[in-house]
Ligand binder design. Sequence first.
Ligand code: ADP
Length: 372
Amino acid sequence: MFRRIDELHALIDVVPDAMVVIDRTGAIRSFNKGAERIFGYSEEQLLGENVSVLMPSPDREAHDGYIARYLETGEKRIIGRGRVTTARRRNGDTFPIELGLGEVEIAGVLHFTGFIRDLSQMRESEKLMHSLQADLAHVSRISSMGSLANSIAHELNQPLTGIANYAGAAMDLLDDPSPEDLENLRHAVSECRNEALRAGDIIRRLRTFISRGDVELEIDSLRRIVNAATAIALVDGDGRDVDFSSQFASDCEWVLVVPVQIQQVLVNLIRNALEAMQDTDSKRIRVYSMCEGDGMVRVSVSDSGPGLDPRVAERLFHPFVSTKSSGMGLGLSICHTIVNAHGGKIWAGPSELGGTEFSFTLKRADLRDADG
Ligand code: ADP
């Protein structure tokens, strides 16, 4: 299509978006003005360098493998499709981008083009829209929690009243005990037990109801979900000066999930980590996965913040527990509900980075055969 690379240059410099052209080894062949603006490198500095310098880990290390795989199999995983992911500026900042990849032939040789839109530069109005949507989601969550709480209260009221009545009767009998009352006492205590079992049964049924919901589990890539969640959390929160890295266990890349829900869990955890590190000098977030037994995979979000406040550590996953002046204290309780509904567990502990580490488990979808 283009006979020489400089013909392409002339064209892409007038493109307002950032655009990068690489060859089949991943070396940068062209880096337009828009790209210079958002990445902070000049074209001169980057010509011939591997494009992975523009990526945070783990894409940075894995990128050569992505190209090799494509050249070998011709399988178009992201070429021709846009996706939200993260990139790395010259000063080390990680930021969210929308990336569109394509192919172009220059002097008869295959090259790849990347169009990049810096999502941290989203216009104020879009940001406002975003926060309005978040508020709306909050309100609907609270109202559904409200009606759930109502129905639990309603259903549990009966057995609890029963327990109180029978226990009261038993106490009366014990005030002035006589051998003839033993049978009545036994009856009262046995009814207490029955009512307590009934209450337990109601809770169990409600749990199954919540976890069943309309949930349809899908097979998705953990890496894709984490990348999308990172981008959203960085757009919403303050991702400046944060050294963000992720690492995935390749043997358990595929999970069985409702993708938007797990994305929401990760957004909450990453946003909490960003908020916790506001006054921390060295800001680091690490997201990584590990294969677990029983067909599960563990995902952890680790930060270098101040760690958990002992006032909330015990009740982290309860609703309305917060140490923030404007916090609702709902984020972690929603994470807990979602992870439970997926058949997993969530917990928190100290992080090797010095702050807090939240971990949760998900069911693995073993695709090794299908993925070939
Ligand atoms: P909110 O963010 O509205 O306070 P959450 O349920 O998301 O509600 O979090 C509850 C509390 O847990 C927070 O107020 C904070 O004290 C604590 N917390 C959550 N994540 C972290 C973290 N990464 N580091 C330290 N504390 C945290």
